[in-house]
Design a protein around this ligand. Structure first.
Ligand SMILES: Nc1ncnc2c1ncn2[C@@H]1O[C@H](COP(=O)(O)OP(=O)(O)OP(=O)(O)O)[C@@H](O)[C@H]1O
Length: 237
């Protein structure tokens, strides 16, 4: 799948959020999208998913079945978890049977009869993931999927993401928390000021640069560096 010269803004007089974005996404590959808050990661993911159309440029060869898990799952819907997932399965014409299996695998099997507005943030996130995964997507897009997840699900998700790629899906994940960076052979994109650049792969030489920062600024600096795609190791002086 390919984006060619894509530009996007939300309203006519707004600044461009994406400008002249050209990139190729390959089947069987996992692409991690990084960038600072407000850089345009979610917007890029929405354009890749086809939820937003580009104002300039074109998107070519998007797989037919797209699974998209938004950054915040919209819980203000009058369904139980079972009702919602059954409904999503029906819309996509997939059997409802795997719903229970996904619920078990993602650890919310006990919540199937709970109403969506009553879910905790992490449980709602899992329901959003399940609806994205259930249709065996050729293009799987996960926007900050790790946010709010419990430790067991966070640990299990990278392997699950790899499985979809291994079966030939294009997988695109925005991941502030860098939970998938350890996956072998992932591609990485950085979104910055409307442009999208590819971050050199693991084969490139890395240099260790020591930077000292005041203790009370360490969290902020670490977050910024990670968002820009750098690896950070931390130790006290
Ligand atoms: N629905 C919308 N309507 C108008 N502007 C929007 C909308 N969604 C996002 N924006 C604007 O587009 C820009 C990019 O936002 P986006 O959510 O894509 O960034 P992000 O990199 O995903 O941020 P974060 O890391 O905080 O999730 C921001 O300036 C934001 O205010």
């Amino acid at each position: 799948m390919r984006l060619e010269g894509v530009a996007f803004r939300y309203h006519r007089r707004d600044p461009w959020v994406l400008r002249d974005v050209t990139l190729t996404l390959l089947p069987g590959r996992v692409t991690e999208v990084t960038g600072r808050n407000g850089a345009g990661k979610s917007t890029l993911l929405r354009v890749i998913a086809g939820l937003r159309g580009p104002h300039k440029g074109i998107v070519k060869d998007r797989p037919r079945r797209v699974g998209y898990a938004p950054e915040r799952f919209p819980v203000d819907q009058p369904f139980t978890v079972r009702g919602y997932l059954g409904h999503m399965a029906a819309i996509r014409r997939v059997p409802a049977d795997p719903v229970g299996a996904w619920a078990e695998r993602l650890g919310f099997g006990h919540l199937l009869d709970v109403r969506l507005p009553e879910l905790s943030k992490g449980s709602a996130q899992k329901v959003g993931l399940a609806q994205a995964l259930m249709d065996d997507p050729g293009l799987l897009i996960l926007d900050e999927p790790f946010a709010g997840l419990d430790a067991a699900t966070r640990a299990a998700l990278p392997a699950l993401i790899s499985e979809f790629a291994a079966e030939g899906a294009i997988v695109v994940v925005s991941d502030h928390q860098r939970c998938i960076e350890a996956l072998p052979g992932i591609d990485r994109l950085r979104v910055d000021n409307g442009t999208v650049t590819s971050i050199p792969s693991e084969k490139t030489d890395w240099t260790v640069l020591e930077v000292e920062v005041p203790e009370d600024e360490a969290d902020t600096v670490e977050t910024k560096l990670r968002a820009d795609g750098y690896r950070v190791r931390r130790r006290k002086r």
